[in-house]
Design a protein around this ligand. Structure first.
Ligand code: ZN
Length: 418
């Protein structure tokens, strides 16, 4: 099984260099959107360009001339656009309404050449030479350099530089991967003529706001904290009962709503970025229709957040060529997500902890559920599109797997209890 991890690290950017990063991101987006325009055709998806080399050969020199970006950043921008176009072409093939992808998020891809790691800092290419940014870390934690770059276990893949407009901070998201022996699905087993799709499963939980099948958590602690703060202030104002307090209460309500929306927008953006960075074609949620009944222990502000999060992701993701789907939520928290197990029992879950009574697999319960959500969709699609799970040729089979575990035609099993 391929395991990918993304670690966000806060950067200390020298004040006088912040504009260089903003300008770099602007030019990065310019390149990506130029490439998207070049690759796109409204006439037919067969006219769209989905080969990175074709786009790069056609555009590279021009974009180098037009911008001050380094070679690797221009190439990464083109690559990102090609991925977005590919995703849209996939959706088009499925008969969905698509248009030329527009890349809008503040995010730049760095490879090993455009970002150089040091023990406590990283040096990044910008439109104005390199900038060195210290990592802001708790004093006792290992540095990203120690954890990922020096690690024998993890292989460094890529990083993205992101900007959080709310707290006006820059974050470096470092993605690494390792192969572990858990599970029977090896990526290399999949035959070459199969069309591959990867999905990201998302669990909206009680313990965390959201958990992705890649193992990334959105804890939501600060969200809870601020909801309580707003409630406290509201209580005080209501208690006072004056006209001035009443007006302040109205203003507070507006501020709270704006704050909540902004928070969920940020999580939605990060979730879409997680899918894009992990080469996922789709994001899969549980059906939220009965969520209030199912998650009776969830707080009301979480239910609100879940619905908003789904809504925001379903309009932001297609901009990046990523589709959004929902699956039936039944038993996703009780089923063992190990590829070769799938045992479903309500005794498998104990609060935040999942322990399979059959195979002994122990893991965080929300992460287990996120993997099941992705798996359920992957199995549904793969079964629908391929007549015989055993045949590897004939009609172009579609192979859908989740990121966080793998699935392929050779290891299909019926869904237990599903
Ligand atoms: Zn199991």
């Amino acid at each position: 099984m391929e395991v990918r991890r993304t670690a966000p690290v806060k950067l200390v950017v020298p004040d006088e260099r912040r504009d260089d990063l903003h300008e770099s991101a602007r030019q990065f987006l310019h390149c990506a959107n130029r490439a998207a325009e070049f690759c796109w055709s409204d006439d037919s998806y067969t006219e769209c360009i989905t080969a990175n080399t074709t786009a790069r050969d056609a555009l590279y020199d021009e974009l180098r001339d037009e911008t001050e970006l380094t070679a690797n950043l221009v190439q990464e921008a083109i690559r990102r656009a090609v991925q977005a176009v590919k995703g849209c072409v996939e959706r088009w093939k499925q008969g969905k309404r698509v248009s030329q992808p527009e890349l809008t998020s503040w995010s730049m891809l760095y490879d090993k050449r455009s970002a150089t790691f040091y023990r406590n800092k990283v040096s990044l290419s910008t439109v104005n030479g390199r900038v060195e940014c210290d990592f802001e870390l708790p004093s006792d934690s290992p540095t990203p350099y120690e954890r990922y770059v020096l690690s024998e276990e993890f292989e460094f893949r890529a990083s993205t530089l992101q900007y959080d407009a709310i707290d006006d901070e820059f974050y470096f998201h470092i993605t690494t991967r390792k192969y572990d022996s858990d599970g029977d699905g090896e990526l290399s087993e999949v035959s070459g003529d199969t069309e591959h799709q990867t999905v990201l499963g998302i669990d909206l939980g009680v313990n965390s706001l959201a958990v992705a099948s890649t193992g990334r958590f959105w804890q939501g602690d600060d969200y809870d904290h601020w909801c309580r703060e707003f409630e406290k202030q509201r209580g005080e104002l209501q208690h006072r009962g004056t006209q001035a307090a009443h007006n302040a209460l109205l203003r507070l309500g507006k501020r709270e709503e704006a704050w909540r929306k902004q928070y969920i927008h940020t999580v939605a953006n990060e979730l879409v970025t997680e899918a894009v960075e992990h080469d996922c074609d789709g994001i899969v949620f549980e059906d939220l229709t009965d969520i209030r009944e199912r998650l009776s222990q969830a707080k009301w502000h979480h239910i609100w957040a879940f619905r908003r999060l789904y809504e925001y992701v379903s309009y932001k993701a297609p901009e990046k060529g990523v589709y959004v789907e929902q699956v039936e939520p039944n038993y996703t928290s009780q089923r063992c997500s190990r590829t070769d197990c799938g045992f479903t029992h309500d005794g498998n879950r104990h609060g935040e902890h999942f322990c399979c009574q059959k195979c002994g697999y122990e893991v965080n319960a929300d992460y287990n559920a996120a993997k099941n959500i992705g798996t359920r969709y992957a199995r549904k699609r793969t079964h629908r599109l391929r007549s015989s799970p055993k045949s590897g040729d004939g009609d172009a089979p579609v192979n859908v797997r989740i990121n966080g575990g793998t699935l392929n035609g050779k290891s299909h099993q019926p869904i237990a209890g599903g």
